[in-house]
Every structure is written in structure tokens, then in C-alpha cells.
Unconditional design. Sequence first.
Lengths: 256, 826
Amino acid sequence: MPEAPRHTLVIEGLHAEVAGKEILKGVDLTLSSGEITALMGPNGSGKSTLAYALMGHPKYKVTRGRATLDGKDLLALPVDQRSRAGLFLGFQYPQEVSGLSLSKFLWTAYMQRHTAENADAETFGKDLDTHLDYLGMDPSLLKRSLNEGFSGGEKKRVEVLQMATLAPTFAILDEPDSGLDIDAVRSVGETVAKLHRPDAGILVITHYQRILKYLRPDRVHVMVDGVVALSGGRELAEELEAKGYDWVRAGSTPAA
Amino acid sequence: MSPSTSEVQPLDYTRYDFKDPETYKVRTARGLSRAIVEEISRLKNEPEWMREYRLRAFEHFLERPMPDWGPSLDEIDFDAYTYYANPLAEGETKRKWEDLPADIKNTFEKLGIPKAEREFFGGVGAQYDSGTVYHKIREDLEKKGVVFTDTDTAVQKYPDIVRKYFGKIVPYNDNKFSALNSAVWSGGSFVYVPPGVDAGIPLQAYFRINAKNVGQFERTLIVADKGAKVHYIEGCLPVGEEVLTGDALAPIESLTEGQEVVNSDGVATTVERTMVRPYDGDLIDITPVSVGNAFQLTPEHPVLSVPRSDVQVSRRAPPRTTGVDRKKLANARPRFVPAGELRSGDFLHYPIHRTARDDPSLGTPELTVLGYYLAEGVTRIINGGEAVTFTVPLDEPEHVDDLAGAIRAITGTPPWVSPQPAEHAVEIGVSSKDLFTLCRWHGGTSAGKKQLSKVVMDLPPEKQAVLLEKYYRGDGNTYERSGTAHRVSTTSRQLAFQVQELQARQGVYASIDVREPFEETMKDGRRISHARAYTVSHPRGTRFRAVHRVPDGFLVPIRRVRRTPYKGNVHNFHVAGSNNTYLVKGFSVHNCTAPVYSTNSLHAAVVEVVAEPYAKIRYTTVQNWSKNVYNLVTKRAHGYEDSLVEWVDGNMGSRVTMKYPSVYLKGRGARADILSVAFASEGQIIDSGAKAVHSAPDTSSKIVSKSIAIRGGQTSYRGLLHIAKGATGVKAAVRCDALLPDDLSRSDTYPYNEIHEEDATVTHEAVVGKIGEEQIFYLMSRGLNESDAIHLILMGFLAEFAKELPVDYALELNRLIQLEMTGAVG
């Protein structure tokens, strides 16, 4: 088998603020293709801010630092171009768009990143069927308005479905497990693991160890107060589950 | 060489917002007076009752003050308008399309009317200013007793029905503009469907205002007798702006923003915005004499061309058989013609790319090597080092010397030359990183991917001539010696089109032919599969006979035009894959344009609808008036026992629109369904709404109003829900949603509820929404640019309305909104 192309997403010294308040205080993080990375940490530690800042949410201002995807400066790009460059964000609270069917939305988004030469409707349709199957989703959802009236679980699955459709180089999933029952966590976790390609990387933001059982992350990082305070392997997640975040707070050296 | 546009007529931007020469057979003096009203009646040879009705209405009009409760109408100067202008003599309404004067026929053909008649509708009426120029109904409907004619004719031919209903639903003294209409009305549709008859397919009418300061005051009366059913559609569509934004799905979908393309003057320009949309309808397949240049696009997409009829020797002979007058052709000015109107034999304009940028690093040796590389060159890694090898036919030693010399000049070392007798060829090779890079950079990587760099494509034509010469020489398929044609074959589609373009710059039009992939079995049993190949060829020494050289390009005749039905994104997308480059280089993409007149026009119609017991009527309107029109319309229906009246009313365009379709529910169990949409942009006020007046028990009404205001436009919902004493068991639901994508625009809601029965079930919802930053961010995070994201949100908002429209109208709506959004953001 030929080796999958390598990609890296490098975040260096990232500072970001929301409404004038600094939330990220120098995040350093490197993601590599082929790996699943978990980002944990207490509420308010800046996990979601990091996700939004990377995607380019207008309310999140990056004040210092860099973020590059294979050397390409992500922060210089508008949101849509970050997406086309290969970045994906699975939202914790996805938006609803009335009257825009899920299928039309998926197709439109898919078309955005394929040239006429390399995309075709048949593949799109087949893949979509496969992904719906993985996620145990009812195809009738495709005809409904995007996220409108969807249950919490359906919304999370739709995020994963979008990730599957767009096949990003790096996907950030912001709490894909929040608000889900045990079965749903498992189905989402297993699907994400199944969809993980050797040439792509995934960053999962979560509070809980539960979903990581299925995702089996290669690395675990813990954010505390706007910086990555602790990094380790999969066992770190278990340790956190047992000891709580206070243990990290106590043990971490504050950022200089 | 400076680009000259003198040969090309600019696009007729006013294709729909256009105006025709004002030639009228009958026209009253400007302004309004009792004498004018009498003259109109006299011209129409009306019965006395109608003349008196007009005069009574006129008196009321004079007395009645302007409405002061809505948008300002101060700019309306009633004396500035012409109240009656008819291109035909009165009573001259045509039943046969061919009988219409050419200019009017053109106008409506541009609007797609005859097509609509053929394909979709049971009957079609067309009104041009005051005159109804055309009315036709399908014979089978006529036999069932369905009447569809203009109202003037109806007054003469069906006086009993007209007298029974005319002015009874909308009395002349209802409002100032109903009084005006009642005084000066002309044209409009009259529909009568006899008891129990289902008219089935929709009847459709089009209206347009052509002349400056001519008012249009049509009067429409629709009666569905007991148990009858009819769907009537009126359109004032489309303004051409939206269809000219370049909706050639094929090229646009394959382009990206910032990409360089060549416009119709042969000058480089860049793509600023790309769009994708679903499509349901015919695509036009155009195959020029050069088969490989076939392309598809939507019927309305403008293509720069010279119609054969412009340059024929004789006008009388049929187009296919007539020769072309060379002198006429030499002076012909290409113009933009919608693809749907192109015919075989018409000439397409193929511009020559003019941009030239020299690059001194590419001299004769480099171009020589590149030429041979295109023909039979391979870049490879030999013993861990970069190398390039070439295969040259064995019996052409001069080519070997030529190539070897060039390689030596670049690399400083002589190449190895190794005869390959089995292949009847000589292999020439050199290990050189520089040459390896040169070939891959400027000539592409492998056979199917051979492609010239932009640098090469932009070189001055003299340098490109060197490259072409070597390429043709090196290519095994050159038939130079046979003396018939120059040609090269390649499996790279890109390269074929590039060579065609390079030849054009040499003043030669080369055609592209396609050989489909096939497999063959050799004598020794080996099976060889051949990829799809493209042959670029031109007759030796001269031009392609059918192709004509013009100063800035070529006129290439069309061999075949076909229509292929397509539906949905899927095919639309598939189409895109088959033809990108040529289209981009061949035809330019247009932006939108300005309206027609600076002074305003007035449209004051009255529509009366009667649904007798058990009848069903749907009245669909999609209007997109020019932005200088005051559109003040009174629309009202009376619904009797168990009848259903549906208004589907879309209002776009106009300076000011005031329109409140109403249903008076007068019989037990009558139902009303009113769905209205307003879209107001800069400088526009759309004041619309609905009225449901319940005067009988067990009646129900549903009102849904949707409005969008952008760029400082204003929309208002003004609605009345009236439930009379005695009307028990009424159900009524009102929902009005407004969407404001920006902070400049405005939307107001003025609901009036007068409810005199306590048992009524009434719901009322009103929501004014903004398109949230979060929503846009969400869609953009999936790769959609900001304006596409907003467009999707807007179309989603209108989906409920769009799905009620015939497909053509829904598409126009989509395109209009896309157009209006252009530049509204970012």
C-alpha cells in the first residue's frame, strides 16, 4: 500500500479574545494526519474558542499567533476558504436553516470543493447512503429543512454526516457527544472512528472519556485557562476521568 | 495590437427590461380628462352602460383623495401619462401568432410566450401597453365552453356574463385606483369556465409596459361557475437582468474566483464570483463544425454569434440552403443571442486570445524541446536522477538532429540517441534536472496530462509558432506530407484546446475531433486499449472553408443544435464536467444592468374573481416590474358555498407596489388560501398583504405572507381579517414572516383584526428575522461563500412559495434573488 500523504495543522502561540476578553493565551498544538486527538478540559478553558477561532468565527479575534495547514496560513483566509483548504468544524450547536433541505445543503457544499472533473453525483449518492447507514440515520431526514426540528442526537449525526461528505483534511468536532444518550454516543463515536482516513486528522473536543472509548485517540491534550496544560496518550483521558481537572490545575505550570 | 471592440455589438442589456420603438396605431393624447375617457370608450365601440360606468368612475376618481395611509404616491403625476396606446387597431386582437407585427412578436418571443403556449398552457394572452395583442385558447378547452379572451372582446361577445359580474366584486368607488382603472381600463383577461368543467392546464397571460409614460390599466375578470376549476397565471416576467448574470452552468461551476479567463475581446480578465444552482429544463447542445468544441448551456445564456439570417444571400430562401454573402459576413457584427435561439448554420464567435507576455527564459531551444515533449516526450527517474526521453520516428533523422541540438544548447551535454528498430523509432534521452523541470512545468506530466503552462500560452505568437512547428513535426500523426491537413493527436483534452487556441493566434482555425476510447487486439494477441483522443487539425495552407476570419477572431458555423432535457443538480453537474475550458474562452459571462426609463410608469389593474359554489380557482401572479413602475392593483375574489380561492402572489420589482389580494367568503364552507411574497431592494417599497372577509359560517382562511427587504428596501404587511356577525365556526390563520438581511432595510406589519363572533378560531403569527451571523458562519464553514450562503438562506425562506410556482417561475425567482444579492454583502 502506498503511504498516505502526510498533513499537519500547526497552531503556535495562539491568542484569541471574545468581546475584548482574552480566552486563548498562547495555545500550541500540532495535529497530524492519521491521528485522532482529543482535547479535554474544564468548562471555560477555551476549547470551543480554539475551534471557532480556527474556523474564523467573526466574534473570535485572534490577537497573536499562527495556525497553518501544511504551511498555509489559515488565519489569513475567509471562513469558506478555510473550509476549502481542508478544515472542518463540527458544531456543538448547529444552526437551523428553514426551507433548505439537508440533501440540497450537502450537495451544494460538496460541489463547492470538487471541480467538474473529479466529482460525480453517483459517487456522492452512494457515499451518502453508506454514511447514513453507518450513522443509523433515516434517509427521510435528507428532505427536511437543515437541522430544523431535529433532535439533539440527529443534529450531532448530521454534523458527522457533513464531515463524511466533505472529507476534510482536519476535522474539529466540538463536543460531538454532548446531550447524547449512551447508544448515540457509541454510534457517533464508532462512525467517526470508521470514517477516519489515514490522510486526515481529527480533533475531538469533549468533557468525557465515554466517547474516547470508541474513538481511541492517539493523543490527549488538556486545556486549562487558555493554554494546553498537559499532553499525553490515551491513558491520560482515563486518569482525568478518575482524578478530575483540579489535578491538572494543581500540577500544571502556569504559562509564562 | 490594441483590443478593438468595434466589431462586436455590446450585449443588449435590456433584453427584458428592453423597450421597442413606440409605434402605435391608436393612442390618446397625454393626460386624463372626461374627453379622453369618452374617446377610449368610443374607440372601443362600447355599449352605453360601459361608457356611463367609465364616466361615473372618472367623476369618483377626481373626487377621491390619494390614499394617505401607505407609501408616498406624491411622484405620480396623472397628467403625465398616456392612458391609451395600442399597437394594433382596436378589436384587432390576433388569434394566430404569425399575424402579429414583427416587433411585438419579437418582444413576446423574447419573453418565451409561444413556447409557453406550446408546452405548458391551455391558453395564452398577451397585453402590450393598453392593447391585447394576442389571445389564444386550446381548442379542446374551447369546445368545453371555456372562454379565455381579452375583456374588451368579452364586453362585446359575452355581455350577459360581463354585466353580471363587472364591477360587482371591485366597485369603482372602492379606492382611487380602482376608480382610475374603471374609467380608463383596457385589455386584461376574461375567463369563464362553465359549470362542472375543469380547465386542467393553466391559462396564462403576460403584461408589459413598453412606452414611456404609458399607463397600463388592464381589467381582469375570472368566473368559475358551479363546480368548475381553473388555474390562471399572470406574469410580468422576466426582467433580463437575472438571466444575463451568466448562468452558463457549465463554465461557471468549473471556475473558481480569481481565475483568469479570456473575454469576448480576447482580453484576459478574472472571474469574480461563481454560482451554482439547480436547473430543471432544457439544455442546448451546440456542436460547431469542430465537433470537439461542442458545448451545452441553458437556453437563455447569451452567446456571441452572427445569425445566418443576418448574412444570407437571399432572405427568401430557407436558411439551410442559402449561401452566405461573404461581403455581408465580412461586415457582420457579432451580437449576443440566447443559446435557445441559435440554429444550425449560425456562426459562433471564436475570439483570439490577445494577451502576450514574453518570457526571455523560453527561447528557441526550450520551445523546441517542449514541442517534441508534447509529441512524444516522457519525464522519468533513471538511476535516481531526473531524465527526459523522447521518441522520434526512425525515418526522420533531421528531427533527431534538431532535438539533440536543442537539448545540448540547454544542458550543455549531448543526449544519448538509441535506435529502437522494433518500434520504428529513435529514443533520445538526457539526464537533466533542469530539462526535467522545464518539461513538467511548461508541458505537463504524463501523456493524458500534457498541458502548456500559462507562461507558454501567453508568449508572443512568433514564439508559439516555434513550439507548434516542433510539436507537429514530432507527432507521429502528422500528415504534413500527404498535403491535405496539418494535424496532431493527443489524449490530453486540455492540450487539444490549447493547441486550437495557439493556432487561432497564428490566424488559423483548427477544429477538434474526438475519437472515443476503444480496444484492439494485435496480431500477437495482445490487447491494447486506446484512451479517448483528440485530433486538432486544419487544412493545409488555408482556412477551414466554412470558418470565416474576422479581425478579432473567427466565425465558426454551428453544425447542430439540440435540446436535451435536464433536471436537478445531478445532470447539471454532469454537464459541467464535459466542457469547461472552451466555453470559458469562447463566450463571456455577463453582469447585470440598469432599468429602462428614468420617469415612472403606472400600472393600476383591477382583478375580479368569482368562485361560484364548489368552484376552485387559483390565481398565480409573479411580477417583476421595472423599477420605475407604480404598481397599484386591486385584486378581490368572492367565494361562495364550499368554494376555494387561492391567491399565489409574488411581488418583485416596481418602485412602489400596493396590493392586497382579498377573498370575501360569502357562502358556507368557503375557503381562502392566500400566499404572498414580497421582495424589495434599494429604492423599492412593497406594501402588500391580504384580506379575508368572512361573512358566512364555517368558512376558513389561511394567509401566509413572506417578505424580504434588502439594501434599504421596504416591505410592509398590511392585512385585514374580518369575521362578521353571524359568521360562526370560522377558522382563520395568519402568518407573516419577514427577513431582513441587513440593517438598512425595513419591514413593518399592520394587521387589522375585526372579529365579531366569539367562536372563531384565529391564530396570528408575525416574525421578523435577521439572517444571523451564526447562520452565515455555519454555512460558510462548509465552504460556501458569503453571498451563496445568504442566497441559500433566502431561497429556503421562500421555499414554501417557490414550490407553488410553475417551474419556470420558480427558477426566475431564484435567479432574481441571486442577482439582487450580488453586491449586497461583503
